[in-house]
Ligand binder design. Structure first.
Ligand SMILES: Nc1nc2c(ncn2[C@@H]2O[C@H](COP(=O)(O)OP(=O)(O)O)[C@@H](O)[C@H]2O)c(=O)[nH]1
Ligand SMILES: [Mg+2]
Length: 248
């Protein structure tokens, strides 16, 4: 009997990505990879009908799954629910990515291959070969300031600290302790990164080209950004004492 293929779940949180999600899911399904693949879209009942697109695709292809959340909204709580479900689905690897087209599926095979020897692999705009393509100057400035502030605050040897395009080995995701995470919003990306770093995970960055979303709108407002930075300070306080192997 041939060995069963390792399972990868690609987890995509969405809010109002109806115009983007269909093409993204199709591109992921078309990837030439030797894994048992499924795609889990975690939608917070987007008013634009994103969930309907995924439900329709799922009827035609069982690899496409929808986690529809009716009660809560938030990038963070959606991501946590998605990770939990990915583990329940038996994932050996979990890839997390945005649903707006900024993260391109073509980089998924590299994330997966590096995840064979690392706990956490980040798709990075700021390592050699990576790029932050065609983004408006104000978004670049925001990314620059956040990146330098967070790198100093967390003292992490990572260039693209706010990257939400990344791949976890199952054991690493289990060790993060999803049930104890406190972020409900976008700070989830930073919280998991910092906790992983404090717990001594092996982390590697691989270059990606990040493209600006072509359709739909960002959910990141000025207020959300400030909240995220304040959360980062709280996150540092919460986890600074952690040591590799320490109880969570
Ligand atoms: N489920 C869920 N997804 C969200 C929420 N807010 C943002 N997202 C998704 O998270 C990803 C990144 O959000 P985006 O608005 O593009 O933020 P930006 O890339 O920082 O401008 C996209 O796939 C969004 O649809 C939310 O409240 N709930
Ligand atoms: Mg985006």
């Amino acid at each position: 009997m041939p060995e069963p293929k390792p399972k990868v779940v690609v987890m995509i949180p969405t809010y109002n990505e109806q115009e983007n999600i269909g093409a993204l899911v199709r591109d992921i399904l078309a990837l030439p990879i030797e894994y048992g693949l499924s795609i889990l879209v975690v939608d917070d009942d987007s008013p634009d009908g994103t969930a309907g697109v995924i439900a329709d695709m799922g009827r035609l292809d069982p690899r496409v799954r929808l986690l529809l959340r009716l009660e809560n909204r938030g990038r963070g709580s959606a991501g946590i629910a998605g990770f939990r479900q990915a583990l329940d689905l038996g994932a050996d690897y979990v890839v997390e990515m945005d649903g707006d087209g900024s993260h391109q599926p073509v980089f998924i095979p590299t994330l997966l291959s590096v995840a064979q020897k690392r706990d956490l692999v980040l798709g990075s705009r700021f390592v050699e070969g990576g790029k932050d393509a065609d983004r408006p100057p104000h978004r670049r400035l925001v990314t620059f300031l956040v990146r330098h502030f967070i790198r100093r605050l967390f003292a992490v040897p990572v260039r693209d600290v706010s990257s939400g395009f990344r791949c976890f080995r199952r054991a690493a995701l289990e060790e993060v302790g999803l049930e104890d995470l406190v972020s409900t919003g976008p700070s989830i990306v930073l919280e998991i990164l910092y906790k992983a770093h404090r717990l001594g995970f092996t982390i590697e960055e691989v270059p990606i080209v990040f493209i600006d979303r072509k359709k739909g709108k960002t959910k990141l407002t000025g207020l959300t950004l400030w909240r995220t930075l304040l959360m980062a300070i709280r996150i540092r306080r919460m986890y600074a004492h952690l040591q590799p192997g320490s109880p969570k």
